[in-house]
Write a protein that binds this ligand. Structure first.
Ligand code: NAI
Ligand code: 15L
Length: 293
């Protein structure tokens, strides 16, 4: 296993990035075999339809049923908490897009198993099997306790808004360790809210279209030098709380915008109560979920 010490993300040369041009090239073949975890989930199903164009073989995995393998697919069922199963899932792949795990605020036992033990199992398997690039689905809830009146960048300290956000912060730190020690490059993609449309006023800031989700993943897979990088993943929304200047070398240039939904969202939603924490903080409703007793 290589023990090279590549530069940190902020040292990576912006010259290596073609100024975002690759973000439009979602048909680029980035690796021979890509593993997609969480493939049965909401975003997993979106990327399962699209990532086949970026590799020769797409290995899809989840603990839930995945149906029949499509052309160019392999299916490996695995629970992320099961180290043996995770090693079998990872063996033979060239890159990993890691969506699997608990995706909302949840009781500690589930978060621990899916997102903490699961992330450890995944990175240990990547180390042992020589996988050198991971796209990790992190979350805006790593920094959910910043205010909606603040703009932050990737250098802002984590302020998780719950156990779920905390587990994503752990995944980000874990991936940094595996970069510093073993040279495994990771993009920690702090996804905002990726749904067909923004559901409320908050999501006018956090919305990420499905095509922009694919764009950011392909940008992270294809940029020549990724390093260890935090990328805020939203569409090109006029209202934004996140500054991606420390991730220019990734070359993600979103093409969609929540702005086209603004009028309709305002028409069907009430003005926010500015004394309500869910309207004050970037994490929205997540800041009030739990504890689970
Ligand atoms: P989802 O909950 O629909 O999908 C997660 C998938 O992971 C499910 O298919 C589930 O079966 C699988 N999974 C859960 N625990 C597992 C375990 N222990 N072993 C194996 N598989 C397990 O979530 P969604 O919306 O598709 O999100 C995908 C990823 O992106 C998640 O990691 C989530 O935290 C992250 N994310 C999503 C956002 C969104 O707007 N949808 C926003 C921010 C982050
Ligand atoms: C997340 O991290 C969740 O996975 C997703 O379901 C959304 O709720 C999103 O954040 C959000 O903040 O809107």
């Amino acid at each position: 296993m290589s023990s090279a010490h590549p530069p940190s993300s902020t040292d990576a040369s912006p010259a290596a990035a073609p100024g975002g041009a690759n973000s439009a090239h979602t048909a680029v073949r980035t690796h021979h075999r890509i593993l997609l975890t969480g493939a049965a989930g909401g975003l997993g199903r979106v990327l399962r339809q699209r990532l086949g164009g970026n590799c020769a073989v797409l290995r899809v995995s989840d603990r839930a049923e995945l149906g029949a393998a499509q052309a160019g697919e392999e299916i490996v069922l695995a629970d992320l908490g099961d180290a043996t199963a995770v090693h079998a899932m990872v063996e033979g792949v060239d890159a990993i897009v890691h969506l699997g795990g608990i995706s909302v605020e949840s009781p500690w036992a589930a978060v621990l198993q899916g997102n903490i033990v699961g992330a450890y199992n995944l990175y240990e398997a990547a180390r042992k099997h020589g996988v050198k690039r991971v796209v990790f689905a992190s979350s805006n809830h790593v920094t959910g306790f910043y205010r909606q009146s603040e703009t932050i960048d990737a250098a802002a300290p984590a302020r998780p808004d719950g156990l779920y956000g905390l587990s994503k912060a752990f995944g980000e730190d874990l991936s940094r360790l595996y970069f510093d020690r073993y040279g495994i490059e990771t993009a920690c993609v702090r996804i905002g809210s990726s749904f067909p449309e923004p559901k409320d006023r908050r999501m006018l800031a956090t919305w990420l279209s499905y095509e922009d989700l694919h764009r950011v993943v392909v940008a992270c897979l294809s940029t020549p030098v990724l390093g260890h990088t935090i990328v805020f993943a939203t569409s090109n929304n006029s209202v934004s709380w996140w500054d991606n200047r420390l991730a220019r070398h990734v070359g993600f240039v979103p093409q969609d915008s929540s702005d086209v939904f603004r009028e309709a969202v305002y028409a069907r939603t009430a003005a926010p109560d500015l004394n309500d924490p869910t309207a004050i903080y970037q994490g929205g409703a997540f800041v009030r979920q739990g504890p689970f007793e």
